[in-house]
Design a protein around this ligand. Structure first.
Ligand code: MLT
Length: 240
């Protein structure tokens, strides 16, 4: 189960969905409606609840569950609620810590930006942070794809996710309890959730391994798709 990043859509997993190893099934849900379904103060619990309901609907008792960035935050929330549903974990370009006050301030500004100027302005602001120098200079198709993914969300979906991001709890105390095989991936140039955050995950999760992906920043599965998929395939083949 692959959970997508903010402010993207499940289409960000296209490179991995096109390379599903033999004998496996990948599921990439659209998380956006989970945040806009009712709660006036959306939280990671709403997103984790949506994923859990989807597992029920698909009659899957257990799965390898993970995600990239916000997808990782949702994974932590789901692990707190239902650790028995996991057989393994993927944590890509994510972190266990809650937001700092500075992050909170930046989130409030982003919320204001999306409500006044719309998703295109969010794309303008976020693209240089999400992608590496190499991607921005040389992989025009990835830049265009990420812009299109951001612009395909509506204001309410983006704003709901911002609220959930800024109110998420610290997951650091849960890490030592994760006794499952865990793959930690991070783009070498990720400045949103840098290598130090991935190292913390690897140090605190007992059965984890860390793979650093060169030439990629925060959206490592899109920026280094082959290396990301190879690491995932090796993980699935060796541990589970
Ligand atoms: C994401 O990629 O999901 C977000 O950048 C996460 C965050 O801003 O903390």
């Amino acid at each position: 189960m692959l959970l997508h990043a903010f402010p993207l859509t499940p289409d960000m997993w296209r490179p991995q969905l096109e390379r599903v190893p033999d004998g496996w099934r990948f599921i990439a849900p659209d998380l956006r409606t989970f945040g806009t379904r009712g709660s006036s103060a959306p939280s990671m619990t709403d997103y984790a609840g949506g994923v859990s309901a989807l597992l029920d609907a698909l009659e899957l008792d257990r799965a390898i569950i993970g995600g990239l960035s916000m997808g990782g935050y949702i994974t932590f929330e789901l692990f707190r609620r239902a650790p028995e549903r996991f057989t393994g974990i993927l944590l890509a370009d994510t972190r266990a810590q809650a937001d700092t006050p500075e992050n909170g301030q930046a989130r409030r500004k982003l919320s204001e930006l999306v409500r006044t100027k719309g998703p295109a302005a969010v794309a303008d602001q976020m693209l240089p942070k999400l992608l590496s120098e190499t991607t921005l200079r040389r992989r025009g198709h990835v830049v265009a794809q990420v812009r299109q993914l951001i612009e395909s969300s509506d204001v309410a979906e983006i704003d709901a996710a911002i609220h959930a991001l800024m109110t998420r709890p610290d997951s650091t105390p849960d890490l030592a309890r994760i006794s499952l095989p865990t793959l930690v991936l991070v783009g070498e140039e990720d400045s949103i959730t840098p290598i130090s955050d991935a190292e913390l995950l690897q140090q605190q999760i007992p059965r984890s391994q860390l793979v650093i992906l060169p030439g990629a920043a925060h959206l490592s599965n899109l920026e280094a798709p082959d290396e990301f998929s190879t690491a995932l395939t090796n993980f699935l083949g060796s541990n589970l």
